[in-house]
Design a protein around this ligand. Structure first.
Ligand SMILES: [Zn+2]
Length: 169
């Protein structure tokens, strides 16, 4: 299976996607030889589409289009959920040292999405999937994103479901 890694060229800041695990790769824009293993890997996935979405997201962010970035996020176009958000956020800041870009809004949005779903579990009775998703939708999360988040936190073992009802662990 192929893997896709999103990197940023340290020379020209071009955001790009690398397939598999090459020793070296050349930057698409400046042709700089990049030592793949020494680069920060902003995102890794075996899903090409997902990697492309994340690449687009980092590009938008890098260009300072935070408004566009947030819009996309809220409309659920990027289904990469909060762990990817946090991942991008932290690595992006680490590499680029752009503390100013870490606006409270972006961070709060990415963190609270998961929390909203968990609150949905705790505040719904009975805490069925459709009630939890209704709750999340009332708090600004799209149906699709809420569903994805619920699946994700369940897969991570943070919640369980039994007889169609969810419970935080
Ligand atoms: Zn470059």
């Amino acid at each position: 299976m192929k893997s896709y890694t999103v990197i940023i060229c340290p020379n020209c800041q071009c955001v790009q996607m690398v397939v598999n695990d090459p020793k070296k790769t050349a930057c698409n824009r400046c042709q700089d030889q990049l030592k793949y293993r020494e680069l920060k890997h902003f995102f890794e996935s075996t899903d090409e589409e997902e990697a492309r979405r994340v690449r687009g997201k980092i590009e938008a962010k890098e260009r300072g289009e935070l408004e566009r970035f947030n819009e996309l996020d809220e409309s659920g176009v990027f289904k990469s959920a909060d762990e990817v958000n946090d991942n991008i956020e932290n690595k992006f800041l680490e590499q680029k040292g752009l503390q100013e870009i870490k606006s409270g809004k972006t961070e709060n949005n990415s963190r609270s999405r998961k929390q909203i779903v968990i609150d949905g579990i705790n505040n719904s009775s009975p805490p069925t999937k459709s009630n939890i998703i209704d709750y999340a939708m009332k708090h600004g999360i799209s149906k699709e994103s809420a569903n994805d988040l619920l699946v994700k936190i369940k897969n991570r073992g943070e919640v369980t479901s039994q007889n169609g009802e969810y419970r935080e662990l």
